[in-house]
Design a protein around this ligand. Structure first.
Ligand code: IPM
Ligand code: MG
Length: 357
């Protein structure tokens, strides 16, 4: 089979880590008889430099017409002072919205071999954890009305959070379907003691829950959830939450795995085309130095094979190779804690994974 993949390498370490994932895809393609035809598209700071806009129409069209999109990261200090509507991050939000990718899946689990890199107490790490964060991605405060105005105390700014029943229902269904394939437990996170959107969220999730009597469902307030994630992450299976709470809690969940450099994500809509990206950013401080950890992007490519291309054996093959490389003791700088020796470069780590495919 031939698959058309849109590559959005982006800024900072984006080009290095996406190139690593492409090398992995090439090897997997050769092994299983597929061709991954990759086409580069600009988005983020590099697109602003080249075209003046963070998300050129050509990129949106190219991504829409591909079988799937693999993205590195966007943004960097160079573009930090631009006005909100032409910031690099706008590219990411615009792409998610244009492709209708309302679901963001962010799995977080502990690799036993990396428990030394985990910042939690050893007795908590020893219990292990394996959760998936289901984050709503095209609604809420990220996409609500915003602006500047003059208020009671002079100049002010505002952002608004709005959720429709339809938006909550569809993300809740994704969470329950995901839980059915796992440990059958959903925790819905909100701030229903304060926010009206959260009260609608909670009511709606409960109604959808009735369609899934085999899945256990409970609510948790977001402040408590932030605490429970570091107190006992093993209690979570599937977590479903709004766009902004999901943004914040998924960074927290990634940190307790040992490194944000390990976490992959899938953004999905109602069709097959998805957008796959590491959850970390463009790391401008180490860009171009061949120091980045390519694992999150390589695992994102594995998620792409699994969710958009239905290539399960191929996805397993990549995930097993990453596991094997970690088990064998290979480490990039971000996951060195507790290990001996010099860290591997991005390309060296990629080679160690490729050897194990
Ligand atoms: C993420 C990122 C983005 C987000 C930024 C870069 C716009 O933090 O994917 O988690 O907030 O969604
Ligand atoms: Mg984030």
């Amino acid at each position: 089979m031939v698959y058309n993949i849109a590559l959005v390498k982006g800024d900072g370490i984006g080009p290095e880590i996406v190139s690593s994932a492409v090398k992995v895809l090439e090897k997997v393609g050769a092994k299983y008889g597929h061709e991954f035809k990759c086409t580069d598209y600009l988005a983020g700071g590099c697109a602003i430099d080249a075209t003046g806009m963070p998300l050129p129409e050509e990129t949106v069209e190219g991504c829409r017409n591909s079988d799937s999109v693999l993205l590195g990261a966007v943004g960097g200090p160079k573009w930090d002072t631009l006005p909100g509507n032409i910031r690099p991050e706008k590219a990411l939000l615009g792409l998610r919205s244009a492709l209708g990718l309302f679901t963001n899946l962010r799995p977080a689990k502990i690799y036993p071999a990396l428990s030394g890199a985990c910042t939690l107490r050893p007795d908590i790490v020893a219990k292990g954890f394996d959760l998936v964060m289901v984050r709503e991605l095209t609604g809420g405060i990220y996409f609500g009305e915003r602006g500047r105005r003059v208020g009671k105390y002079g100049d002010e700014a505002y952002d608004t959070e709005a959720y429709s029943v339809m938006e909550v229902e569809r993300i809740a269904r994704v969470a329950f379907e995901t839980a059915r394939k796992r440990r059958k437990n959903v925790v819905s996170i909100d701030k229903a003691n304060v926010l009206e959107t959260s009260r609608l969220w909670r009511e709606t999730v409960h109604r959808v829950a009735e369609e899934y009597p085999d899945v256990e469902c409970s609510d948790m307030l977001v402040d408590n959830a932030a605490m429970q994630l570091v107190r006992d992450p093993s209690r979570f299976d599937v977590v479903v939450t709004s766009n902004m709470f999901g943004d914040i809690l998924s960074d927290e969940a990634s940190q307790i795995t040992g490194s944000i450099g390990l976490l992959a994500s899938a953004s999905l809509g109602s069709g097959k085309c998805g957008l796959y990206e590491p959850i970390h950013g463009s790391a401008p401080d180490i860009a171009g130095q061949n120091k980045a950890n390519p694992i999150a992007t390589i695992l994102s490519a594995a998620m792409m094979l699994r969710y958009s291309l239905d290539l399960t054996a191929e996805a397993d093959c990549i995930e097993n190779a990453v596991n094997a490389a970690i088990e064998a003791g290979f480490r990039t700088a971000d996951i060195m804690a507790g290990s001996e020796g010099t860290p591997l470069t991005c390309t060296e780590m990629t080679e160690k994974i490729i050897e194990r495919l």
